[in-house]
Write a protein that binds this ligand. Structure first.
Ligand code: DX5
Ligand code: ZN
Length: 220
């Protein structure tokens, strides 16, 4: 059996009953709650801010995994850390202050992650790998849940797994975007240790509990 961390992205949750959706997901075996933060600049969508992280923190004790798809993330690290984030992941694209921001995340006693868009090469990780607790590989274009997995990105996941192993570091390899019970096995085989899923959990026709069961079963 492949063991992996399941990070449930609330981007596809029903916000009319967000608390219930989060509790159902955690009770059914979601290990982390993933919060997708979008500013309408870095990505063509606007989503959630620190107040949602604070709300999640109040209703569950599992790690809150914050994915910042925003310009100038350095301006918001303190707010997300103070709201209760455990992991904060930023993007390197168009960001001249990556290392400084990763160091700031660590100074706030959070785990630091770096997220790569589908068109970003893994070489950006080489000088940074020793500073990272997590690498997030996007397998869709960032901005929306419910998009189809881009299969070509699988080779990048495999390359990054090799990089992590060759540095003998304990870095989580997180895959985010379009993961379903149909492709989770190949994503894990490529080297992922953390799976993010929004629509395959919160929009599954058979409900949250069954969808998590199906993801776990497909990984066997
Ligand atoms: C995409 C986000 C993802 C998204 C995944 O910009 O980073 O976390 O919520 O949604 P699904 O699992 O539906 O592809
Ligand atoms: Zn995400």
């Amino acid at each position: 059996m492949k063991s992996f961390i399941l990070s449930a992205s609330i981007l596809s949750a029903n916000f009319r009953h967000l608390e219930e959706d989060i509790c159902t997901a955690v009770d059914a075996g979601a290990d982390w709650i993933h919060v997708d933060v979008m500013d309408g600049q870095f990505v063509p969508n606007i989503s959630m801010g620190p107040f949602i992280v604070d709300f999640c923190r109040q209703i569950t004790s599992v790690p809150i995994d914050v994915h910042l798809m925003i310009e100038k993330p350095e301006n918001h690290i303190k707010a997300f850390a103070n709201a209760g984030a455990d992991i904060i992941t930023i993007h390197p694209e168009g960001n001249p202050n990556v290392l400084r921001t990763l160091q700031e995340i660590k100074s706030m006693e959070c785990k630091a992650g770096l997220a790569l868009n589908p068109g970003t090469t893994e070489t950006v990780l080489r000088p940074l790998i020793d500073f990272l607790d997590l690498v997030l590989v996007l397998t869709v274009n960032p901005g929306f849940s419910g998009q189809a997995f881009i299969p070509q990105v699988k080779y990048k996941i495999m390359e990054i797994k090799r990089l992590i192993d060759s540095h003998a570091v304990d870095t989580f390899l997180q895959v985010d975007g379009g993961v379903t019970h149909e492709n989770i096995r190949e994503v894990l085989d490529a080297g992922a240790s953390v799976i993010v899923s929004a629509s395959a959990i919160f929009r599954h026709p058979e409900g949250i509990k069954k969808s998590i069961f199906l993801l776990r079963e497909a990984a066997l």
